[in-house]
Design a protein around this ligand. Structure first.
Ligand code: ADP
Ligand code: MG
Length: 316
């Protein structure tokens, strides 16, 4: 069932058409990533979903309801929204920031504090340390996580995120992405996320929407975007030289293992992608590694030769 249906939506500012007849749908419980160059209409398209930007033409349905038929305050409470630069209230503590929407919804105080603690825990922020701090006392990465926690506080069915990790350095960014994936899995939240980082798009997206000059060029699975680009611009955006590595990042090691062997000095978890397995093996300087399950029991092995073969096969 789809959580969002966008039908022929257009946004014009005066004579300028900044979103041009876009149609797409977003499945419940999935992550859709919108990518494209700066000024291509990504933020505008996203902001029409929660009516921060009025729609010029076309229709948007959320949970089967036309957004124009829902009261705007009601719509925004149902839809979480997280933006770059977090937008935390500077004079409210971390706990008070996260509690913003639940308070508007009149949740009782026990339920609110339970939810705040749960979210802080999920984002690896120890409640005893962080609940009573003010935003300026946190690092950029911590502020960003509080921003996302706040957007998730009232258990929204839908979360819109506009370049939420844009300001973070690559290591913290990867960590924030993994946290988001874990939380999305746990709550089954539907997410639409805007980014200009293609690696982020491939890491997070079940579906990738590519925009250029207000038009939606393609909206498909990451695999299809790589292997069947609908437009030269899509092909250019996904790069050509590292296409093999991108494809390998979508393939689970678990499904490509060779039989287990004894005597291998180095082991990899089966949850890795082929790309991460390759990176680990280059870094560790090994030609062959054991593969383990979550309990560290051996379940297979993988060789460099096999990885390269799989990489080549993925490109054909
Ligand atoms: P993106 O998020 O992809 O970088 P935006 O959706 O922010 O792009 O903007 C798309 C285009 O719409 C840009 O050319 C931008 O200048 C224009 N635009 C955005 N908001 C307004 C506005 N309020 N008035 C006029 N033009 C706008
Ligand atoms: Mg934008």
């Amino acid at each position: 069932m789809s959580m969002i249906e966008i039908r022929n939506v257009t946004k014009r500012y005066g004579a300028a058409t900044v979103v041009d007849k876009v149609s797409m749908s977003v499945e419940k419980g999935s992550i859709t990533v919108i990518v494209g160059t700066s000024g291509s209409g990504k933020s505008t398209l996203m902001r029409m979903i929660n009516r921060l930007v009025p729609i010029t033409e076309g229709e948007i349905f959320v949970g089967g309801q036309n957004v124009m038929d829902v009261e705007v305050t009601e719509l925004r409470r149902r839809i979480g929204y997280a933006i770059q630069g977090h937008g935390l209230f500077p004079h409210r503590t971390v706990a008070q920031n996260i509690a913003t929407v639940p308070q508007l919804l009149d949740w009782d105080s026990t339920r609110i504090s339970r939810r705040v603690e749960e979210l802080l825990g999920l984002f690896n922020l120890d409640p005893a340390t962080f609940a009573d701090k003010y935003p300026h006392q946190l690092s950029g990465g911590q502020q960003q996580r509080v921003g996302v926690a706040r957007a998730l506080a009232a258990e929204p069915e839908l979360l819109l995120m506009d370049e939420p990790f844009g300001a973070l350095d690559p290591v913290i960014r990867g960590k924030a992405q993994d946290d988001l994936l874990a939380i999305q899995k746990q709550f089954g939240t539907t997410i639409v996320l805007v980014t200009h980082d293609m690696d982020e798009a491939f890491h997070l997206g079940n579906q990738i929407a590519v925009m250029s000059q207000g038009r939606l060029l393609q909206c498909s699975t990451p695999e299809k975007i790589l292997t069947e680009p609908a437009d030269p611009f899509v092909q250019q955006l996904t790069g050509t030289s590292d296409r093999a590595l991108k494809l390998m990042s979508l393939l689970p090691l678990q499904e490509s293992m060779e039989p287990a062997k004894s005597g291998l000095a180095y082991a990899l978890p089966q949850s890795l992608s082929l790309r991460d397995a390759l990176a680990e093996m280059i870094w560790q300087g090994v030609d062959e590694a054991a593969v383990q399950d979550g309990e560290k029991a051996p379940v297979g092995s993988i060789s460099m030769t096999r990885l390269l073969e799989l990489g080549r096969k993925a490109c054909n």
